[in-house]
Design a binder for this molecule. Structure first.
Ligand code: ZN
Length: 187
């Protein structure tokens, strides 16, 4: 079993899962600044989005039940559309706000330490089953989709130029950026 699955499904003596998006927000995001500090998933359904490329004027970040993993919760921003689990969240917060680069499984180990979860023998860092493998790949793709969209868009523009269907006189960086933003290609 992956460390990241183990820590998320770990239950304490009361059947409570200590590693979850809702508690994580209170414990490790609220203290970052006063904007985050004014919110809690325990008082509101939405909190400010923590993704730095989303200048969230309203609190757009919510959470949903994880359909694939009953008992888990995933975050979902109703503004920028990004979603993920608490392990992705920890890796992101560490990278963006603490300058620490953690792999997914290292982020999971970190969470185990933070929430006093004893790790057991036989946990692995790489997917063992086909399902785990596919899930990991899908996660990697969704993590990259916001990185490569501008590149993809440039490629598309270049193709249009080659096909000669684009009036280059009308095109400048602002137009490209505006169009890409409308199409959600450029975050
Ligand atoms: Zn967002």
């Amino acid at each position: 079993m992956l460390v990241s699955d183990y820590v998320q499904d770990y239950q304490d003596a009361n059947g409570y899962r200590p590693v979850n998006v809702i508690d994580y927000y209170d414990d490790y995001i609220r203290p970052i600044n006063s904007t985050f500090g004014r919110y809690s998933f325990k008082e509101q359904n939405r909190v400010p989005c923590w993704f730095v490329d989303h200048d969230d004027k309203t609190a757009s970040m919510g959470y949903l039940d994880d359909n694939k993993h009953p008992g888990r919760t995933v975050y979902h921003c109703f503004g920028c559309g990004k979603a993920g689990d608490v392990v992705q969240l920890h890796a992101y917060i560490q990278k963006e706000y603490k300058n620490r680069y953690l792999s997914r499984e290292d982020a999971a180990r970190d969470l185990a330490k933070l929430y006093n979860i004893p790790l057991v023998e036989g946990l692995s860092d790489t997917p063992e089953s086909f399902d785990e493998y596919i899930e990991e790949k899908l996660r990697q793709i969704s993590a990259f989709e916001h990185v490569y969209t501008r590149v993809d868009f440039d490629k598309q523009i270049r193709r249009l130029k080659e096909l000669d269907v684009l009036d280059l006189g009308l095109l400048n960086d602002e137009v490209i950026k505006a169009t890409a933003t409308i199409k959600h290609l450029y975050a």
